[in-house]
Design a protein around this ligand. Structure first.
Ligand SMILES: O=C(O)CCC(=O)C(=O)O
Length: 297
């Protein structure tokens, strides 16, 4: 699926755009399911285990920041990561044994859908090695206007920046004035529906509010090599499981290959996502309640 040039570019720059990664049928099915979920959110008045609501959400104009853990909400979202072009890209970039870390469908609503402040995913969940990445499947066209993902090329080879705020808590965002944050190097990833962005877990990335009249629907799958074991962090629900449930959950998240019970250790800079912000139920809530400074004003 990927050419050797694309693979080299990913490892060199820490990001990639892959076009037509799913078939038109797979894309249509994902769009239909997503719109059914958005429609059902009309009756929801507060964020819950499925929806993260955006400001101004109501039954007439549903406004979501996120549908949480889509692979658990609908079997097709799991089927797609297991059996599509995405699976092949995963095999090429991460190797034969890979597991889903988490999934989310960021649904930036038209006319303001919240910004995601600049951060490194690695700061949320450091592992024993950093063979970890995030796929962002475009369920609609992504343009300059609807809050595209932006990345800093090469930042996956640099430091893990401080993600704490003036409140002294982990706010899930870097300080825009940090001397290691070079926003002038930012690259925007746009493309047609059915394309997919890839970014390494240490790549600095963020996205501006959606100033268009179209939703920016992006389905994120965050994946890692099966021999990368968490040092800390990860989805909140996993922390609440018993050991047996954690193991069952891990098996349920295997995308390709087999579990690897000898963690591979690789030197990589690490910071722990502590102390937590008041509300850690999504990145939007972590950044807001943690007092993140915005780079988008
Ligand atoms: O939705 C986006 O633009 C970025 C999402 C992201 O980085 C995240 O949810 O961690």
């Amino acid at each position: 699926m990927l050419t050797s040039e694309q693979i080299s570019a990913y490892f060199e720059n820490g990001y990639l755009l892959v076009e037509d990664v799913v078939t038109p049928e797979q894309l249509r099915r994902m769009q239909d399911i997503t719109h059914e979920f958005i429609d059902r959110s009309r009756h929801v008045t507060a964020s819950n285990d499925v929806y993260d609501l955006d400001e101004g959400h109501n039954s007439e104009t549903p406004k979501l920041t996120r549908i949480k853990l889509p692979h658990k909400q609908h079997p097709f979202f799991w089927d797609v990561v297991k059996n599509s072009g995405i699976t092949e890209v995963l095999r090429q970039l991460v190797g034969p044994n890979a597991v889903l870390q988490t999934s989310k469908l960021n649904a930036k609503a038209p006319g303001g859908g919240a910004a995601v402040e600049w951060h490194q995913d690695w700061a949320f969940y450091p592992h024993t090695n950093d063979d970890m990445l995030a796929f962002g499947v475009f369920l609609e066209d992504v343009t300059e206007e609807n809050g595209p993902l932006q990345v800093i090329p090469g930042s996956h080879k640099g430091p893990v920046l401080d993600h704490s705020s003036a409140q002294g808590v982990f706010c899930g965002a870097v300080d825009p004035t940090d001397s290691d944050f070079h926003i002038d190097k930012a690259v925007t990833i746009t493309g047609k529906a059915g394309s997919m962005s890839v970014h390494h877990a240490r790549t600095l990335h963020g996205s501006a509010p959606n100033v268009s009249d179209r939703a920016r629907l992006m389905l994120f799958y965050e994946c890692c090599a099966a021999d990368a074991w968490p040092l800390m962090g990860g989805s909140a629900y996993i922390q609440r499981l018993s050991q047996q449930e954690q193991w069952n959950d891990f098996l349920d998240r295997m995308i390709i290959g087999d579990p690897v019970l000898q963690p591979r250790m690789k030197e990589a800079p690490v910071r722990l996502p502590y102390p937590p912000a008041a509300d850690v139920s999504s990145i939007f809530k972590t950044q807001k309640s943690g007092g993140a400074k915005s780079a988008f004003i």
